[in-house]
Every structure is written in C-alpha cells, then in structure tokens.
Design a protein around this ligand. Structure first.
Ligand code: XMP
Length: 542
C-alpha cells in the first residue's frame, strides 16, 4: 500500500527475536518484517493457520538476529511508504545472505526488488481493489492456482524495470507487468497483490506453496504449542510474584484467566468490576462460572454508583470511554492496593489485549496504523498503575483466542461468547447514560439474544446486540398515540472484527424480536435493523 510515509519506522537492530520465540519453533519460524501495513498481523495469522509459527519483527531487523533464530523463510510485509522516499523503511542490505526464501508482499516486494537492482516508481495506473491476475508460470508459487484469477491490490507504486536476466515475471495484470516475480539467483519471490486478504481467493494457496514447496516448512505448530510456550514464558517472567487480572467475563479475559490459572494458579487474583454498565445477569454469570468451575481467587467490586456518577450529563462517545477508563483505573488501583497488602508482591497486571486492539490504537512496529477508536484497554493503565504488563494474547485474533480457549478446556458457552466492549452498555445507550436508559436497553438486549439463541443463530453471528437511540418516534398502541424510544438491532458476521458485514437474519426472526421488544419493553415503540458494514461503519454505534 503506498501513501505518504507517516512515521519514522527505523528501529534499532538490537531487537531480540530469540526472546520472542517459543524454543520449540526455532529453525521453523517465518518472521515478517513489519513495514507498517494495516494487514501485517493478518499475514502472520495466515501463516500460523498453516501450522507454521510466525512473528512480527522490526523492518530493519539485522540478518544476524534472523540467523540466530533459525528461520525457515522470511516475509516482507506491505506498508504505507514509497521505497524511494527519504527515510523509507528498508530491510537489512544483507537480507539475501540469509540463504532462506524471502517473499515480498506489495511494499515488501518493491523493497526486495529494489535491493536486487530493480527500479520502483509511481505506477501510471494505480490499482486499488479487485484486479484480474494472469498467471504465466503455474509452478512453485502459483501451483494449483488457475491461469486466470482475481487478486486484491492496493498500491500507488510498482516495480518499473528489473534486471530481466535475473528475474522472471510470474503473473501480470492489465496495468502491472510485474504483479508477481521470481529471482533466479537468490530465493526471492515478490507479489504486488495481497495474498493475506480473503478478497484474493487463492491467496492462501499461494502462501501454502511458499511455506511448504519453497521454504520446506514442516507445518507442525499448533495452538497447544502456543499454550505451552506461553505458560513457560509466563512462569519464567512471573517467578514467585503475584499477578492481577481484570476479568470482564468476555472471551479474551476469560481465556487469559484460564491460561494464567494453568500457568501460575494461586499467584493470580482476578478483579471483576461491576461498573453498572453490564448486561442483565452478567455479574451473576461470571461469579458462577469462575467460582464454580475454576479454583480462582475472584474479587467482585461493585462500583456502579461511581461509574454512573461519572457519566452523568456526558454524551460524547470518546469522553464516555475516557471517563470509564479513568474510573476503571481508580477502582482497579484501589482493589489492587488491597490485594498487594495481602500478597505484598503484586508486580504484574495481565490484560487480554488482542491484535485488533493494538492495531486500532496505532501501535505496531512501524507505528503507522491510524488511531481509529480509543480502546480503553490499550495504553495508559500500566503506566498509571506502576505494574508490568503481561499480554499473552497480543498477537492473536479473536478466532485464534477461541481456539486457545478450547485447548484450555473452557466451556463452549464461554469460548463462543460474543465480544462485549469494555465500556459496556455506555456505548450502546446513545446520548446520556442513565439508570433508566440502561434498564430499558438491558430488557431489549435480553429479548434479542434470547431469540437469536432460540433461532440457532448465535454461533452463526459474530456479535449481536441492541442499541438504544436517543430519539423518540411516534407510534400507536391500542387507541392511543405513543411517543417512545427506538431500539436498533446490530447483528454482524466477522472473522476478525476489523471488517464486518451485517448478518442476514431471517425476516421472521426479526419480526419475532421486534414484536417482543415493542410489546415487552415499556418505553420502546419502534425497532430498526442496522444494515451497515464495517467499514465504513463500525460494529458499535459509538
Ligand atoms: P468497532 O466498533 O470498533 O468494534 O468496529 C470492534 C470490536 O471491538 C469492540 N469494541 C471495544 N472493546 N473497548 C473494548 O474493549 C472499547 O472501547 C471497544 N469499542 C469497540 C466491539 O464490541 C467489537 O467487538
């Protein structure tokens, strides 16, 4: 992806890849040089899906570091820079001394080709979105891929000329003569398109060909390996110290609680904060699950009055998040101080941060991803609390976390729970959050989920919830005119919550939901169905 570079991506090459690697994967890892693409973790996840361990590394990581770690191949990610820009991130010039196959994707292809003598220029015709790809060489990288297929592009630059005697063009598009290339002397492949996105239908085949045909990777890595290596890493880091974890009852913190419980047992204390913004019966469910099924030290803190007090009169969504975040820190700190008095050595705070949280908060090696939404569980907390942070799920996507939950033996109902945002119902009561509005939303949400479960749609949808709109509509009930609120139903399908489509819930199910909400929830006379995708909308309404 080419757009003006926005950040200095240079990092010192003292990065310690070995420290990041589970010992079992040495010699079998495929590191990804992170040039700042929004989709860089998606590449890592696609590689892991094939049973090959992958991890992000700084773009200028030294070849010595890669050598020491024992890579079976290397991938160069896309990124927003232009290789000819001053200060554009570049791989170590000795990259090809490594002697293992390298696959460059988009910017990564341009960076690799440039290193091998090619010229990169602004493309005469930029390509964004779906393109027709003509495959001229159906061997190794494109084995099994049809001669004519589609691919997803997003580039303003492209390789303009390259040393013909050293490179072969493997695929072309109507405007891109080097849509995929192979070098003859060093094991370098480049693709201008993005094989990691689902819009490139044979992208996964191409990655598999690279990993297994070209790199000869063994493909034996599993989520159970991830669990064991994380347990080892957590134990090594924590030692005899104590860890606290904010347990929300959602998938991420629940999986993290189970992982930490397995790793360090009684050295973990979980704090569940009842912020008054929970769904109906949620607190009881969490208490029941974690006290009943796990031998966990769980503290339940009722701070609902404080949170609701902070939100009084506030309508701005980011301000809501900020206030909730601050109060959460205050309550958490207070509770953590109490726990520290008991244990004396609380040094670590565990957080169930996932990769989409990290990327949407503008973190990452190249630091170029836009700050789309202020996720209150990323940043801020550890600095203010003075704890060291443990975030074992930081590189995973939601569906990978679910897999980990299954490996950890969590009950299905917990593993497959739809996500629930940290700020809770505060971002689903649009406008001012009051106890009355929360009560109304809770009733509507309960009916909605009840019907979704009954219609056997819960597992088929990624997230379903009700939103209470701060407007009143006219209706008629019996012989009387009503002037009451509107509930919106949001139901989405999504793999990773970075993109989502609205779920095609059958009309008769929607009809039942609408009838029940309007009949059973006093104060609501209209139900709407949200048919927006993400992007351009987001999943939550605030
Ligand atoms: P959006 O609305 O950004 O949501 O498309 C993507 C996913 O993130 C959840 N979400 C949040 N989670 N704190 C959280 O912990 C937040 O502030 C927050 N905002 C959105 C959302 O429910 C969806 O699963």
């Amino acid at each position: 992806m080419n757009a003006p570079a926005t950040a200095d991506t240079a990092r010192d090459s003292g990065f310690d890849l070995l420290a990041e690697l589970p010992p079992a994967v040495r010699g079998q890892v495929v590191p990804i040089l992170d040039f700042g693409s929004q989709y860089v973790q998606l590449i890592a996840r696609r590689v892991r899906e094939q049973g090959v361990y992958s991890v992000l590394v700084p773009p200028d990581v030294s070849v010595d570091v890669l050598k020491e770690a024992g890579c079976v191949g290397v991938i160069l990610s896309g990124g927003p820079s232009s290789v000819y820009d001053e200060g554009a991130p570049k791989p170590d010039a000795r990259l090809f001394d490594l002697g293992v196959p390298v696959l460059g994707i988009c910017y990564g292809m341009q960076a690799g080709c440039e290193l091998l003598g090619a010229e990169v220029k602004p493309a005469q015709s930029r390509e964004y979105g779906r393109v027709n790809l003509k495959v001229d060489d159906g061997s190794d990288l494109f084995r099994g891929v049809p001669g004519s297929t589609t691919a997803w592009m997003s580039h303003g630059d492209q390789v303009n000329t390259l040393p013909r005697e050293e490179f072969t063009a493997l695929a072309t598009t109507p405007t891109c003569p080097f849509a995929a290339v192979k070098h003859h002397k060093v094991p370098f492949y480049g693709v201008q398109f993005h094989p990691e996105v689902t819009h490139t239908p044979h992208g996964q085949d191409l990655l598999a060909n690279f990993l297994f045909d070209v790199c000869k990777a063994k493909g034996q890595w599993t989520m159970a390996d991830f669990m064991m290596s994380e347990i080892d890493a957590i134990r090594a880091r924590v030692g005899e110290k104590h860890v606290i974890l904010g347990l929300s009852g959602g998938v991420d913190s629940s999986v993290l609680a189970a992982l930490l419980n397995k790793a360090i047992g009684k050295q973990l204390t979980c704090i569940f904060v009842d912020n008054g913004l929970l769904r109906k019966g949620e607190r009881e469910l969490v208490e029941h699950t974690f006290r009943g099924h796990f031998d966990l030290d769980l503290r339940v803190i009722d701070a609902s009055k404080d949170f609701l007090g902070d939100l009084s009169g506030i309508v701005d969504p980011q301000e809501k998040r900020t206030r909730i975040g601050h109060r959460f820190i205050e309550v958490f700190k207070r509770t953590a101080d109490d726990i520290a008095k008991e244990h004396g050595d609380v040094e670590f705070l565990a957080q169930g941060t996932l990769y989409p949280d990290v990327i949407e908060s503008g973190h990452g090696y190249a630091g170029t991803a836009a700050n789309i939404k202020l996720h209150h569980n990323v940043g801020g907390l550890p600095e203010q609390l003075g704890f060291e942070l443990i975030e074992p799920l930081r590189n995973l996507f939601k569906d990978e976390v679910r897999k980990l939950g299954e490996v950890l033996g969590l009950p299905e109902a917990m593993v497959w729970r739809h996500p629930f945002p940290g700020p809770g119902l505060a971002v689903r009561v649009l406008g001012e959050v009051t106890p009355d509005q929360l009560a109304l939303l809770r009733e509507a949400d309960e009916i909605l989920l009840d019907e979704i479960v009954s219609a056997n749609l819960y597992r088929k949808t990624a997230q379903v919830f009700a939103v209470l709109l701060p407007v009143k509509a006219v209706g008629v009930m019996g012989d009387g005119r009503t002037h009451e609120q509107v509930v919106a139903i949001r139901a989405v399908e999504s793999q990773d919550f970075m993109t989502a489509d609205w779920a095609r819930i059958p009309f008769d199910v929607l009809a039942t939901i609408s009838n029940r909400i309007i009949n059973e929830v006093r104060g609501v006379n209209r139900v709407c169905y949200d048919i927006s995708s993400k992007p351009p909308a987001t999943i939550e309404w605030e």
